[in-house]
Structure formats: structure tokens, C-alpha cells
Design a protein. Sequence first.
Length: 190
Amino acid sequence: MPNDFFLNYVGNYIETDEELKLALIQSFEYQKIEKKNYLQIPCEVCNYQYFIISGCVKTYHTDKHGKDHTIIFLPPQWWASDLNSFFNGTVSDYSIMAIVDTEVLRISKNSYDKLLSQHPIMETFFRKIYQGALIAQHKKVVEMLSLSAQERYDNFLQQFPNLSEYISFKDIATYLNMTPEHLSYLRKKM
């Protein structure tokens, strides 16, 4: 497990002592996920939260017509999970798939609860993580409602400068709420 990388990441949000570092190492499990393999599929309970070490995953929803809608791309140092399913034990509506070969650290619900019970400072850590995720989600909703397609694409390239190299054209288009044809048109204009 890439302990130093993760422990340094946690240390950016809260103070860590040796006891907490050991608890973190014991609570998280290292996993490699090959490209196009799933961390989560719909209609199953989401049993883990995943910290992305390397690679990239996407979270998406498939509607009743079989059309995929990309919700978010999660590069290194981001977290992936269906939190509603994880915390409430309900079945997930989302798929989480590795776009490229990816390395993650995952924590189960039981390990999560135990970690927070024994180390209350982790409540502060996860609150900060969830706040950042909520802010990013709200920003994306506002962009979808108020920006032009060109502006949304420009913001995507600014926010994720390296992702367009290995994310499919179709995935980028669904993330930006446009057709692949329209995205192609915008790219030709640049």
C-alpha cells in the first residue's frame, strides 16, 4: 500500500499522530483495478469508499433508455463512492468504472465506522472532503444551467487538463451534457 502518499494527503487536512497513521494503514485496503473494470455496479449496495491513488474512474448513471450519463471523473486524490448507498445501505443507482488502469485505497463501512469512533478527528477530515465534493457538485450544476456549451468545454479542459488524453469523446460529451457531434464541432472551432 502506498502509505506515505495517502498519509501525506490526510495530513494536509488534519494533524496525524503515529496511532492514527497506524489505524489508517489498517483501515484501508490497497486494490488495483484494470481499465473498464467496475468498483461499483447499479442495484448493489456500495460497500466501500475509494481514494484514487493513480489512474482515473468515472461515475455514471444509465437511464431507462440505456443511455449513460457521466456524473463525474475522479482523478488521483479524489474519492469515489455512492455515499447514499454507502451510508444508508440502499442499492446504488450508479456505476463506478476505471477509465484506465487505476490504483485505489478502499475502506469498508465497518472499518469507516470503527475508524471514526476510535479517532474522532477523522470526522473533521471526512467533513472537509465531503464539503469539497459538495462545492464541486454545486459548481457543476450552476455551470450546466448557466454556461454555453463552449464555456462548459473550456472549463472542463481547465479543470481536467490531462484527462482528455485518455477519456473517451463520448464520456466527455455526456459529462458536459451535449452530443458527441456538438463536442466535435466545438473542438474543431478551437
